[in-house]
Design a protein around this ligand. Structure first.
Ligand SMILES: NC(=O)c1ccc[n+]([C@@H]2O[C@H](COP(=O)([O-])OP(=O)(O)OC[C@H]3O[C@@H](n4cnc5c(N)ncnc54)[C@H](OP(=O)(O)O)[C@@H]3O)[C@@H](O)[C@H]2O)c1
Length: 253
C-alpha cells in the first residue's frame, strides 16, 4: 500500500523551509551535518547546554534550540518536557538526525554498571524517545530519520562492550522503525561511520594510550557526504544502511 501524501503541514514550516532536527548538533558529526543543511533547512539544534546550543543557533540563518539532557529519559524529565514543547511548535519534520552519543570505554570486568546504563540511555532509549515524540511531524512530511550508528554497531570489539551493545541495539531499533514506518512514508537510514576525527575520537585515542593523528581518521565532511546519500535520495528510494570507513581501513583480525 502506498503511504498517504504529505499533509498540508508542508505549508506551515518555519520560514517555509523544510525542517531538520539534529541531536548532538553542538559538536562533531552532528554539527557538521547541521552546517551542511543550514542553507536550505530550518534547523533544530539539540544539545545539553543552553549556552553551546545558543552559540550554534546564532550561526545559522534559520534555527532554534532543543536543550535537554538525553541521559534523563524519566517521565516528566527535561527531555520529555522539551520534546512536548517542540512537537507542538513543529508541524513537520523532514529530517531527524540522531547524532548525540556517548562512548564509555572499558572491559566488562572493569566497567561500572553506570557506564552500561549511560550508554543504553543516551545511545538507544533517548533515540526512541525523540523519534516517538516527533513521529507525527515526520509522518506529516514523509520525512527521513538518520541514526548515526557506528562500525561498532556491526562488529563488536574488546574494551568497548557497553558502546558496541548500545550500537547493536540502536541498529535493531532502526530496523524495526524502518519496517513500522514504511506505510507512513517515513524512511529510516542507519549510518555506520568508522573512526572519525572528533572529540569522541580524541577520548578514545587517549584511552588507548596512543598519539592523536587526525589524518588517520575520517573527516566529518566525509560522514556528511554519506548522510547526504540518504537525504538526497529520490522519493522512490530508501537508503537503508550506509557504512563509511577511513580509506585503507581493514577489520581487526
Ligand atoms: N567519532 C567517531 O569516531 C564516531 C564513529 C562512529 C560513530 N560515531 C557516533 O557519531 C555520533 C556523534 O559522535 P561525535 O564523534 O560527533 O561525538 P562528539 O564530538 O563527542 O559529540 C557528541 C555530541 O553528543 C551530544 N551529547 C552527548 N551526550 C549527551 C546528552 N546526555 N544529552 C544531549 N546531548 C548529548 C554532545 O552534546 P554536548 O555538546 O552538550 O556535550 C555532542 O553534541 C555518536 O552517536 C557516535 O557514537 C562517532
Amino acid at each position: 500500500m502506498s503511504p498517504a501524501p504529505p499533509s498540508d503541514a508542508t505549508t506551515t514550516a518555519p520560514d517555509g523551509r523544510p525542517v531538520a532536527v539534529v541531536t548532538g548538533g553542538t559538536r562533531g558529526i552532528g554539527l557538521a551535518i547541521a552546517r551542511d543543511l543550514a542553507a536550505t533547512h530550518h534547523l533544530v539544534i539539540g544539545g545539553r547546554s543552553a549556552d553551546s546550543v545558543a552559540d550554534v543557533v546564532a550561526a545559522f540563518p534559520s534555527a532554534e534550540g532543543l536543550v535537554a539532557d538525553l541521559a534523563d529519559c524519566s517521565p516528566g524529565g527535561s527531555l520529555e518536557t522539551a520534546l512536548a514543547a517542540l512537537a507542538t511548535r513543529l508541524p513537520r519534520v523532514d529530517v531527524l538526525v540522531h547524532s548525540a552519543g556517548v562512548l564509555r570505554n572499558g572491559t566488562v570486568a572493569d566497567s561500572p554498571v553506570q557506564d552500561w546504563a549511560d550508554s543504553m540511555t543516551v545511545n538507544v532509549v533517548a533515540v526512541a524517545a525523540v523519534t516517538r515524540a516527533l513521529l507525527p511531524a515526520l509522518r506529516a512530511a514523509h520525512g527521513l530519520v538518520v541514526t548515526v550508528n557506528s562500525g561498532s554497531g556491526l562488529t563488536a570489539t574488546p574494551a568497548s562492550g557497553a558502546y558496541c551493545a548500545s550500537k547493536f541495539a540502536l541498529r535493531a531499533l532502526t530496523d524495526s522503525l524502518r519496517q513500522e514506518e514504511r506505510e507512513h512514508g517515513v524512511r529510516v537510514t542507519s549510518l555506520h561511520p568508522g573512526r572519525v576525527d572528533t572529540d569522541m575520537q580524541r577520548e578514545l585515542v587517549e584511552f588507548e594510550g596512543d598519539e592523536y593523528d587526525p589524518g588517520a581518521y575520517l573527516d566529518v565532511d566525509s560522514v556528511v557526504r554519506a548522510a547526504r546519500l540518504a537525504i538526497d535520495a529520490g522519493p522512490d528510494a530508501s537508503i537503508d544502511m550506509v557504512s563509511v570507513r577511513p580509506r585503507g581501513w581493514r577489520p581487526a583480525t
